[in-house]
Design a binder for this molecule. Structure first.
Ligand code: FE2
Ligand code: FE2
Length: 248
């Protein structure tokens, strides 16, 4: 099973159409079984941005394209057109062995994310229904802070509650976006993966547009980072080759 995670497309003023054209070609050549887009499809949640984004996303070829809204999509009551242009299901069976569940973390006119008590209860009940599957959770906001992204108050504000649910229900992989900085936290049985931005100019830390390629075989999860127009590598390399910024 091959899954591509795109994130933070930002159609609008931060968008680079030529970069996204490359993304479309590269992703279609991979022939993924599914694509998940983890939020910030638009820059300001405006109808014209949604229309253009829909036109572009329609060029992607996969049996299933799962979209999640981000804080930028919620601007200007953008949650209303989001539903119209990108209807989605929260529970997605990918083959017989894998389940991908999405959480809505964006709130109108707020940049920080929140899962909320009810959605967290729902998540626990839902994940418990699939004890023998590889369980993937996808959300826009990041659950855990990421290096070099500054004073960070924009994780989901109830991250502790969600982390507890994730560990309790043996989730294997969490896919987040939002920070525009690719990263992975390897907690043994749990991988928390952050995607970079696929096509926005607002790059952070790793100054390239990227997306993630996830391969699941015999219940083993491998995540690769792909630089748009550049190389593909295991995402752990970003962590292994990390060097601390130091002032001489
Ligand atoms: Fe973003
Ligand atoms: Fe965001």
């Amino acid at each position: 099973m091959k899954l591509v995670q795109l994130s933070d497309i930002h159609v609008g003023s931060q968008f680079q159409p030529r970069v996204f054209a490359k993304v479309i070609n590269e992703v279609n050549a991979l022939k993924p079984d599914a694509i998940v887009i983890t939020g910030d499809l638009t820059n300001e949640g405006l109808i014209n941005e949604y229309k253009e984004c829909k036109r572009l996303v329609s060029k992607l070829k996969a049996k299933k394209i799962i979209t999640i809204s981000g804080n930028h999509d919620y601007r200007n009551t953008g949650y209303l057109p989001f539903k119209k242009y990108f209807p989605f299901e929260s529970v997605n069976e990918l083959g017989k062995d894998i389940i991908l569940v999405t959480l809505g973390t964006a709130r109108p006119d707020r940049d920080e994310g929140e899962v909320g008590y009810r959605q967290n209860l729902w998540l626990e009940r839902t994940m418990k229904k699939y004890p023998n599957r590889v369980k993937i959770l996808a959300m826009h906001h990041h659950l855990v802070g990421i290096p070099d992204t500054g004073s960070d108050r924009l994780t989901v504000i109830d991250a502790g509650d969600i982390l507890r649910t994730i560990l309790q229900t043996n989730v294997d992989l969490v896919l987040c976006g939002h920070k525009h900085r690719p990263w992975v936290w390897n907690f043994g049985n749990l991988l928390i993966v952050n995607a970079g931005t696929a096509s926005s100019i607002r790059l952070r830390g790793l100054f390239e547009n990227t997306y993630n390629i996830i391969t699941i075989k015999d219940k083993k999860v491998q995540v690769d980072l792909k630089i748009v127009g550049g190389k593909r590598m295991p995402i752990e390399n970003i962590v292994k080759n990390y060097s601390q910024f130091t002032e001489e």
